[in-house]
Design a protein around this ligand. Sequence first.
Ligand code: GLP
Length: 241
Amino acid sequence: MQIDIVKDYDILSKKAAQIISAQIIQKPNSVLGLATGSTPIGTYRELVRMCKEGIISFADVVTFNLDEYYGLDEDDPQSYHYFMREYLFKEIDIKDANAHILDGKAADVEAECRRYENCIKEAGGIDLQLLGIGQNGHIGFNEPGENFEALTHLVNLHPDTIRANARFFNSIDEVPTQAITMGIKTIMRAKKIVLLANGESKAEAIYQTLKGKITPRVPASVLQLHPDITVIIDEAAAVKL
Ligand code: GLP
């Protein structure tokens, strides 16, 4: 595990974008696992800049997002479909058919989860997975207490997560209570992982993830076992290390 503690969010975003762009240059048809939340926004901004400047191209890149709220339509401004379009996809040269996100409106959720897993397998697996982290140590929407062996599945969101994500909605009552997420096993199968965290609100989760016991109570702690992970955190998120 490589841990990079950087001065601020700007440097964190640039470092993450450097790793992702190097991956794309080395393998133009890379399969990327992407994350949502406020943490990767700066990274996406950098990737957009590099794409516009002709440094990288997403023409052959395939992406799989980690998760989607269950019950939200892809045009709902709170959906992760919408987020990805706004912050990344509409600004780069990726092909629509290559940008995969779970269908939050799927009538048959189990079939949707199986379809997603098969699609990742057919693409050759994820080369590089980008991750943020929840204040309670969740990755994707794998909440504390979940089985490390789960593949893509439907989850009930923890009240802490609903509270933390309420800032993006008009009121807490609008936050969906369920989501579909890649499982820990899906994430652990990625060949390379880049975990990002900034701000003091993530300090305890980062401490537990990097220095604590490996336990499903802190889902991200399983990442200690991954053979190729880079953790990029700012000084505020590193205060407890
Ligand atoms: C959501 C997402 C996670 C993300 C987390 C942290 O719950 N499902 O993938 O890592 O939020 O979000 P933020 O980066 O906004 O702190």
